[in-house]
Design a protein. Structure first.
Length: 432
């Protein structure tokens, strides 16, 4: 979509009588889910995000004058980083006043405690955010719930002592919601929805039982997918090269990075592929977040060797084999080289997990954002990276991108749920 009033895919302007169901975005991160829902014709009431860097990104893209999309932010809620428990404690009465009036409560509780890429622990303190989410559901009683999380959300936890397992978070959540909601869930891959990234994700949708709707909120996603992708002029599958070839150093000049003294950034000549034109989305001028990492000549030489070996051994998009790591003197397990012809592996918060398919370097924030389907006008705020103990407390730009719901995927889900919610929103409001 270009500048101007938000429009449906058929050109109908949202507002002025058009149906625009409402949503609240919880654990909003930098706003990937909000962006997709806005583009699908939803009206955001507000978002809850506790990290200062991620909230600064939300502010820059949704809460500034002239923003393409904005929330109908209530006067009672400060526009500042907040936890779910903090909002509930300070604003319970205002939240209760929303009961039955919110069409969708969307969000993804922190996933690090569930991810199979990390140390999965049933007692990880971040896992209790699911309980805070349920508490907010009980207070607001939205008509529909949309929850996104990692595939590990569906895996049972290993007991620490005595063997056996503990029930997975998805089963616990579905059971608790099932008293009042018709619950359905699937594992969906972003690459099946036009996003140039594999990225399997657990998607749960719950619909209030008293509304008397049949299930099927996740049915016919292929129809919404076709409508949304056709609106962007995209095919069903997008490769890494389709996504980021216009950002190759070999095609562009380098210039001093405007927000990082001593770093270089990639300039921009113009889009090459339909996906790149869609991601430009009317954006003109310099592209942000193209800061390059400072690789020494020795590191660049090693990266070139890794790229060549992965091509020769057919291991692009896959972890290096033990033999390759031994030959290169590498202990890191997660390093992958992009396969230019395929969607990328799942983007992570570690900048050196993915190497470019042809240039001996790691990816920029903007390239990761492209793999996540963020448009080029979407800017990221805060530090680029962080380390040490701060990794558990800060959400820098690379992590914001990695943690986000891909906006294109969210738009397709939003399109489908909006159709499902048409009947929901015509039902009498539940006052509880």
């Amino acid at each position: 979509m270009l500048n101007g009033p938000a429009k449906e895919r058929d050109g109908t302007e949202i507002g002025s009588g058009a149906f625009a169901p409402t949503y609240i975005d919880v654990f909003a991160g930098c706003g990937g889910l909000s962006l997709g829902l806005h583009r699908a014709g939803w009206r955001g009431l507000f978002a809850i995000e506790k990290d200062a860097f991620a909230f600064a990104t939300l502010q820059a893209n949704f809460l500034t004058e002239g923003a393409r999309f904005s929330y109908d932010w209530p006067s009672w809620l400060p526009q500042q980083p907040s936890t779910v428990e903090g909002v509930i404690a300070k604003h319970r009465d205002q939240l209760l006043a929303l009961r039955g009036k919110v069409d969708l409560l969307a969000g993804g509780p922190p996933c690090q405690g569930f991810s199979s890429a990390g140390r999965r622990r049933a007692d990880d303190p971040r896992n209790v955010m699911v309980d805070r989410y349920l508490e907010l559901v009980e207070i607001v009683q939205p008509k529909v719930i949309l929850l996104e999380n990692v595939r590990g959300f569906t895996l049972d936890f290993k007991a620490r002592a005595g063997g056996g397992t503990r029930e997975n978070a998805a089963a616990q959540l579905s059971r608790k919601l099932s008293e009042h909601y018709e619950v359905e869930a699937q594992i969906l891959r972003a690459c099946d929805f036009g996003v140039p990234q594999n990225r399997p994700r657990f998607i749960l949708v719950g619909t209030r039982k008293e509304l008397g709707l049949e299930g099927g909120a996740l049915a016919d996603l292929r129809v919404s997918k076709a409508i949304v992708l056709q609106g962007y002029g995209l095919g069903a599958t997008t490769s890494a090269q389709d996504a980021i070839s216009d950002l190759e150093i070999g095609r562009n000049d380098l210039h001093p990075c405007p927000d990082s003294t001593g770093f270089e950034a990639i300039g921009y000549t113009g889009p090459i592929t339909p996906y790149q034109r869609a991601m430009r989305d009317g954006h003109e001028g310099r592209t942000s977040d193209t800061r390059l990492a400072k690789h020494t000549p020795a590191i660049r030489e090693r990266f070139a060797d890794i790229i060549q070996m992965c091509r020769e051994e057919g291991r692009s998009n896959r972890q290096l084999s033990p033999e390759m790591r031994a030959k290169l003197g590498i202990t890191k397990m997660a390093t992958r080289v992009l396969d230019a012809a395929l969607p990328a592996p799942t983007v992570t918060s570690m900048p050196d997990d993915l190497l470019h398919y042809s240039e001996p370097r790691t990816l920029t924030v903007r390239e990761n954002a492209r793999l996540q389907s963020f448009p080029d006008w979407f800017v990221f705020k805060g530090k680029y990276t962080t380390g040490g103990h701060r990794r558990r407390m800060e959400v820098p730009r690379f992590t914001q991108v990695a943690n986000a719901v891909p906006p294109l995927f969210a738009e397709i889900l939003g399109h489908r749920l909006k159709n499902h919610c048409l009947r929901v929103s015509l039902a009498p409001a539940q006052t509880g």
